[in-house]
Design a protein around this ligand. Structure first.
Ligand code: FES
Ligand SMILES: [Fe+2]
Length: 446
């Protein structure tokens, strides 16, 4: 049987833990595999760091930590963005200790006072004369803060932590359109992040959460209590009585009510683990739009294009391994793995520039109603994620089933329309996982 002991014997080759239609429990429970993911999967692929609207002026910064690396995103004097390690080149102290702020024209380490320009290069150090004749300027320490590869699209800033891996465009390919889907809903084509994001700590492996995002089948079992509560809360006097916003959003969890509805929603898988659920419809399809907003969108894009943007309401676009977006209600979830059995969920919402305040309210309300620790909906899910994480540790059959809809040769089905209920979206994630978890990077992108 495959165990972590046999993994060590295979020099960290863990690809056999995914067998095309089933996946071994060690993938979710092993601290050793979690450590390998940090250095392989999360360093070789692209992770969301933050949004450009968080740092509008020169010197503005945000700090964060991704896959164990402390990071700084800073706006330079020429308005460009830089991402660097938040680790002083002297003795490793954190250079910036606040979550956000303005650092002026330089970054200064609080430990011994080394300072850096906004691009991370070394600006000055105390008692310069004592470094004359030393090798400091020739080695890494003399170069300043370590730069991290970054890329921006429509304000969304991503990083690739390691030196090897595909380019941003190669890696995300058609999944980049999910970011456009978010920003195109602004009549000005721009978003502002409403910060800080909601952060929730969950006692499960990040993949248990990620698989669930495009797992449409669970809605009818796991969210039955929410469906019942939704029906009890709201009983309109007439069929066209306008629904309050929370009722509109909760009603989504009973939209269509039936397997036929989710089958017809449709799904698509893409290279590198990305996927889209809800090609034809989703639980968000029934949201009404404010007449002022419709008018602003029509003026900005023309009638046909505005209609196309607004009628496109997929359930989720997943940018593997850690981002999922909803064009409407303009929310984004980001998974921050902390340990094999601990994940922090960041739920972001956005203000679409030029749109009425109702749109930002919709985004913020959805986050609270569906993702927060007090949410009716999240409680249905989190309870199941945490019990699964615990029970996977018990002895017995160590394999998780991903058989629903599996067909030989499906690994070439990129871009084809699939049933919205097919577990291919999860198998596709594990295929990407096995690829990036290989001991040596084999090169190539999509
Ligand atoms: S650790 Fe930063 S100046 Fe010494
Ligand atoms: Fe759910």
């Amino acid at each position: 049987m495959d165990t972590i002991e046999t993994l060590r014997g295979q020099r960290g080759d863990v690809g056999h833990l995914f067998q095309g239609d089933r996946v071994h429990r060690d993938v979710y429970t092993s601290p050793e595999i979690f450590a390998l993911e940090q250095e392989r999967l999360f360093a070789r692929t692209w992770q969301f760091l933050g949004h450009a609207s968080q740092v509008p002026k020169p010197g503005d910064f945000v700090t964060t930590e991704i896959a164990g690396r402390p990071l700084i995103l800073v706006r330079a004097a020429d308005k460009s963005l830089s991402v660097m390690m938040n680790r002083c080149a002297h003795k490793g102290a954190k250079v910036l200790t606040e979550p956000a702020g303005n650092t002026g024209r330089a970054l200064r380490c609080p430990y011994h006072g080394w300072s850096y320009r906004l691009d991370g290069s070394l600006l000055g150090l105390p008692i310069q004369k004592d470094y004359e004749g030393t090798r400091l300027r020739e080695c890494e320490n003399g170069k300043g803060l370590e730069r991290i590869a970054s890329a921006e699209r429509r304000g969304f800033v991503f990083v690739r932590l390691g030196g090897e891996g595909p380019s941003f465009e190669e890696y995300f390919g058609p999944a980049l359109s999910f970011l456009d889907m978010m920003a195109d809903r602004s009549p000005e084509g721009e978003l502002e992040a409403i910060v800080p994001p909601l952060r929730v700590s969950i006692k499960c492996n990040w993949k248990i959460y990620l698989e669930n995002i495009n797992d449409s089948l669970h809605v009818f079992a796991a969210h039955e209590p929410t469906m019942i509560a939704g029906r009890q809360i709201w009983s309109p006097k007439t069929p066209d009585e306008p629904r309050p916003m929370p009722v509109e959003q909760l009603a989504g969890f009973q939209a269509g009510t039936g397997f036929e509805f989710i089958e017809k929603m449709g799904a698509r898988v893409m290279p590198e683990g990305h996927s889209l659920l809800g090609l034809a419809a989703s639980v968000h399809s029934h949201y009404g739009e404010d007449p002022d907003y419709l008018a602003a969108m029509t003026e900005a894009y023309g009638e046909e294009r505005a209609k196309a943007i607004l009628s496109y309401m997929p359930q989720n676009g997943v940018m593997y391994p850690s981002v999922a977006l909803k064009g409407s209600p303009q929310v984004m979830r980001v998974l921050r793995p902390i340990a094999a059995d601990r994940t922090v969920l960041e739920a972001w919402c956005f203000r679409a520039k030029g749109a009425p305040p109702m749109m930002a309210e919709r985004s913020m309300l959805y986050n609270r109603l569906v993702f927060s620790p007090l949410s009716l909906v999240a409680q249905d899910d989190v309870h199941l994620f945490e019990t699964a994480q615990k029970s996977l540790l018990a002895s017995g059959n160590p394999w998780i089933s991903l058989h629903r809809g599996h067909r030989p040769g499906e690994e070439n089905d990129f871009g084809k329309d699939k049933s919205g209920i097919d577990e291919i979206v999860m198998r596709n994630q594990h295929r990407a996982w096995a690829k990036y978890m290989a001991p040596a990077w084999s090169g190539g992108g999509a």
